[in-house]
Ligand binder design. Structure first.
Ligand SMILES: [Zn+2]
Length: 388
């Protein structure tokens, strides 16, 4: 991780560079800010810059022995502490037991959430923790001479996950820091830290990433995705790159029912807005609706019912969006993209009609009425409802 790889955060980078330039690096710093805003990547880019033996004005050189070690996150003077989940109680587990996972994660992307990390440790529903043993390990490591750098750097990710005895030992270290040792704490919830730890650290607030930088980063990472989806996710992420990535991934794991929903609404809209000079479009749309009903009827009863319940969800969410502030929280990115144009057509004049027709269709499918007829009738009712 280099400063140049950081998404946005120009002001923070400038402040960190200035601290090195002026040789005023506080020995304990706390990077606090929303998860996904880049606290951890910033800590690693900063550490790399500090350790680099021939740094440039704005970034590390990338060529020296230290930089090479940073590439693989194996620098012997840089130590990481992070929450772990003990797979069993057969031994004393410490962060070093999970270093391979940690490095793999960082190489893959240093922008990751706590949930991503627990997932990697296959501890989805378990709580991660930084245990008391960790502070003993770090005290021992810091008592040794540094290998090659002028500094020893300890990066603590999510220090709020430290148990109390670990916190107290860390506090002692912060109070009487070993020479040339730098502590970089990265915390999304600094309010959960001991106030005595807070008062021993220089706090740097990492703001949310600006939307334009998130958009650019998403375009680079997901060049296959469509532009509107990327814009929507960048906006919904509210400054968190990990949220933005999650949003795109959700959109890509697309719901199988969105496509038929979009098809029928588009077809019905074309017919509902029929003007005499668009006769051919109308005929095409009618044919498409018949085809749609036939395809729906081939899905099987359970899936047909699932589709109908999904359609009710979509109608409801678009209605809510129409009457409220644009509120997208229950739509994923691809649904939201469709909704951008669709929501004005669901309003108080047709919401009840839509719900009644969809529920009627559900009952008919349940009662084994011919599915082709049910769906074709639904398509015709949709035209009438969109005309209201
Ligand atoms: Zn270097």
């Amino acid at each position: 991780m280099y400063f140049r790889n950081i998404i946005g955060q120009k002001n923070i980078i400038e402040a960190l560079l200035a601290s090195v330039r002026q040789q005023k690096i506080p020995h304990a710093q706390l990077f606090s800010g929303t998860e996904g805003a880049g606290g951890l990547p910033l800590a690693y880019a900063y550490a790399r810059y500090i350790c680099c033996t021939s740094p440039g004005e704005t970034d590390a050189c990338g060529m020296c022995a230290s930089c090479k070690k940073f590439d693989a996150y194996v620098h012997p003077d840089v130590h990481a502490i992070f929450p772990i989940h003990k797979p069993d109680s057969k031994k004393t587990w410490i962060c070093d037991d999970f270093l391979k996972d940690w490095r793999n994660q960082l190489v893959e992307s240093p922008y990751f959430s706590y949930a991503n990390w627990m997932n990697r440790l296959r501890a989805d529903n378990a709580q991660g923790m930084i245990y008391a043993e960790e502070s003993d390990v770090i005290i021992r490591k810091l008592s040794l001479k540094s290998y090659e750098s002028t500094h020893k750097i300890v990066i603590i990710w999510m220090p709020e996950k430290m148990n109390i005895s670990c916190s107290n030992k860390l506090l002692k270290l912060l109070e009487e820091p070993p020479a040339n040792t730098l502590f970089l704490l990265v915390s999304p919830q600094p309010d959960r830290l001991l106030s005595t730890i807070l008062s021993r650290t220089q706090r740097i607030h990492i703001p949310g990433i600006d939307q334009a930088s998130i958009t650019t980063a998403l375009q680079r990472q997901f060049n296959q995705s469509n532009a509107e989806e990327i814009d929507t996710c960048a906006r919904l992420a509210k400054g968190s790159f990990t949220k933005a990535v999650e949003c795109i991934q959700n959109a890509e794991a697309s719901n199988p029912y969105l496509d038929p929903f979009v098809r029928i609404m588009r077809g019905a809209y074309t017919i509902a807005n029929f003007s005499p000079e668009k006769r051919i479009e109308k005929q095409k749309a009618l044919k498409e609706m018949k085809l749609w009903a036939e395809e729906m009827a081939r899905m099987g009863r359970e899936q047909e019912k699932q589709y109908l319940s999904y359609a009710q969800h979509m109608i409801r969410e678009n209605y809510i969006r129409n009457i409220n502030q644009p509120q997208l929280s229950y739509l994923n990115a691809s649904e939201a993209v469709f909704s951008n144009k669709f929501f004005p057509f669901i309003h108080f004049k047709n919401i009840e009609g839509f719900m009644e027709e969809l529920q009627l269709a559900e009952r008919q499918i349940e009662n084994n009425v011919n599915a082709k007829l049910v769906f074709f009738d639904l398509a015709l009712q949709t035209i009438l409802l969109l005309k209201k």
